[in-house]
Design a binder for this molecule. Structure first.
Ligand SMILES: C[S@@+](CC[C@H](N)C(=O)[O-])C[C@H]1O[C@@H](n2cnc3c(N)ncnc32)[C@H](O)[C@@H]1O
Ligand SMILES: O=[N+]([O-])c1ccc2c(c1)CN[C@@H](CO)C2
Length: 266
């Protein structure tokens, strides 16, 4: 492991500002729900389609690098008893904790995301019911470090039935070998035969979150498929989205987004 690179990343993350990060990526123009052509509906569609197969289910789902966002868990909550959120930063774990435990609308307003997911899932589920369901299932919010052989330390009793992760591994790894090692590390948290749904950045080298400028390891579609194959996965679905010029707004140099639906070999 590139210990210097990992330590430098950890130091940079101390300046990560969740509010700025949410502003940059989860408000307009990137949060535009008027067409599936836009990036946020595309991401939500990928996750809704994967869970709609009904094959990804079980007791526990772990979200690797939750950050200050919950959109990535909206389609999962019908298929698991317990959802475990994780992040490297206390400030992000606190954002999730406050969202789960607050009744009135405090913090970031996810209602447009929840309404959109209810619409595309087509079950006629009232969005406030989905919101309450997710809050009820989000039972643990744990510290995690993907660069540790056991990323959750001793906090996890048994392997999870499924993993989700969005924009974490490539944004927390200084280089490709560290990314591959981090994927190996988090794969230990997943039961054999379990599914891993990952969304991430393609060919991105940095992103901004307030005072923080975080380096990202640029990855191609081939890189990702190779990494998953090396970590013992079968790829069921791979989709990519080209970032349109009007969504390249200076908060990063992301070129595209990938979605991978992979299964750990039994
Ligand atoms: C780009 S944000 C992704 C947030 C969210 N999942 C999303 O979809 O927007 C990257 C996240 O990785 C977390 N992170 C940074 N270093 C990490 C590490 N070593 N292990 C696990 N997570 C880490 C950060 O705290 C941050 O929340
Ligand atoms: O377009 N988006 O919806 C979107 C959402 C989150 C993120 C990006 C793009 C690109 N940068 C990553 C951090 O590496 C975070």
């Amino acid at each position: 492991m590139n210990a210097i690179g990992v330590a430098t990343m950890a130091e940079n993350y101390q300046k990560f500002n969740p509010t700025a990060y949410l502003q940059n990526n989860y408000m307009p123009p990137r949060a535009n729900f008027t067409s599936e052509e836009f990036v946020v509906p595309w991401k939500l569609r990928c996750l809704a389609d994967a869970f709609a197969t009904g094959k990804i289910r079980g007791h526990t789902l772990i979200d690797i690098g939750t950050g200050p966002t919950i959109y990535q868990l909206l389609s999962a909550c019908d298929y698991f008893e317990e959802i475990v959120a994780t992040d490297f930063l206390e400030v992000n774990r606190a954002v999730i904790h406050n969202w789960v435990h607050s009744e009135e609308k405090v913090g970031f307003d996810w209602s447009s995301y929840i309404q959109h997911v209810c619409k595309i899932e087509g079950k006629g589920e009232p969005w406030k019911e989905k919101e309450q369901k997710l809050k009820k299932k989000l039972k643990k919010i744990l510290p995690i470090d993907i660069h540790q052989p056991n990323p959750l330390g001793s906090l996890l009793s048994q392997p999870a039935d499924a993993l989700v992760s969005t924009f974490c591994l490539e944004a927390a790894s200084p280089d490709r070998p560290s990314f591959d090692q981090a994927l190996q590390n988090v794969t230990r948290l997943l039961k054999p035969g379990g599914y891993f749904l990952m969304i991430g950045a393609l060919e991105e080298s940095f992103y901004l979150a307030g005072e923080a400028k975080l380096t990202v390891v640029p990855l191609s579609e081939a890189d990702i498929k190779e990494s998953f194959a090396k970590s013992g996965y079968r790829i069921h679905d791979f989709r990519s989205y080209d970032m349109p010029p009007n969504l390249k707004i200076g908060v990063d140099d992301v070129q595209g987004i990938f979605f991978i639906h992979a299964q750990k070999f039994a």
